[in-house]
Write a protein that binds this ligand. Structure first.
Ligand code: CAA
Length: 258
């Protein structure tokens, strides 16, 4: 692929948006390649994904402004759908995804990071939804996910004002879980991914599904979603091994994803 690199390191898959000359901006080709990359992840072997951008300056500087500049209303809507479909695939991907945000995360860049399960960033990261300054709304989920993550008031302030924020503010408002010097970002992402990958895969996947699906419904329905996914873990090899290891006061030998 030209714009998306994929590397599997043991149980961790690393996806890199690789369009450094345009600060990893998302054009249609990048979105198509990202979609294909997700389809090709070996879900038997990989237990956590990391998403990052090529270089040390930008994670993703947004949707491609050149490509968008001449779109009609209909084409604009279709481009929004294209991004939304890929980002939703990422958000609902069975395996957790960590965004390792290595610089600018603007517009579609902030939006793609918000479709990931966990966000960590480098000290030079800048977040924002600058779209209203370009005459458009955020179009790859920003109006929805930013408000859910940082709260309605803060999201409206950032979106209406097209106000970018630096890593320390992103940390303070809960947009990222941690901030690292740039050279420590990928090692930290890999360490976190490794920790997740060591745990029982079915339980991790079911936890992701329970959290995501539960947030979209009322509490009465949400706890039923949890009950079903909790129940689904029982009778699995990994549940038996995890609990037997505890009872026998020994370490888990291995979780086998079954
Ligand atoms: N689309 C297309 N090209 C982009 C881009 C984008 N979003 N962001 C950067 N680039 C390109 C620049 O055009 C430039 O290309 P050339 O060298 O061919 O001129 C190259 O990347 C380097 O960028 P700059 O020279 O501008 O680098 P800088 O360090 O001076 O500035 C920046 C960096 C502040 C991130 C600036 O590039 C910028 O403001 N980019 C646009 C950010 C933005 O507005 N993103 C939101 C897009 S709209 C969107 O995402 C809609 C949506 O919700 C779906």
């Amino acid at each position: 692929m030209e714009f998306v690199l994929y590397e599997q390191r043991g149980a961790v898959g690393i996806i890199t948006i690789n369009r450094e000359k345009a600060l990893n901006a998302l054009n249609s080709a990048v979105l198509d390649e990202l979609d294909k990359t997700l389809d090709n992840v070996n879900q038997e072997e990989v237990r956590c994904l990391i998403l990052t951008g090529a270089g040390q300056k930008s994670f993703v500087a947004g949707a491609d402004i050149g490509e968008m500049s001449s779109l009609t209303k209909k084409e604009g809507e279709a481009f929004g759908k294209k991004g939304n479909d890929v980002f939703r695939k990422l958000e609902t991907f069975p395996i957790p995804v960590i965004a390792a945000i290595n610089g600018f995360a603007l517009g579609g860049g902030c939006e793609i990071s918000m479709s990931c399960d966990i966000r960590i960033c480098s000290e030079n990261a800048v977040f924002g939804q600058p779209e209203v300054g370009l005459g458009i709304t955020p179009g790859f989920g920003g109006t929805q996910r930013l408000a859910r993550i940082v709260g309605v008031g803060k999201a409206k302030e950032m979106i209406y004002g097209a106000r970018n924020i630096k890593a320390d503010e992103a940390y303070r408002i809960g947009l990222v879980n941690n901030v690292y010097p740039i050279e420590e970002l990928m090692p930290a992402a890999e360490k976190l991914a490794g920790t997740i990958a060591k745990n029982a895969p079915i339980a991790v996947r079911n936890s992701k599904k329970a959290i995501n699906e539960g947030l979209d419904v009322g509490m009465d329905e949400a706890i039923v979603i949890e009950e079903k996914l909790f129940g689904d873990c029982f009778e699995s090899y990994d549940q038996k091994e995890g609990m037997t290891a505890f009872i026998e006061k020994r370490k888990v030998e291995a979780f086998l994803n079954k």
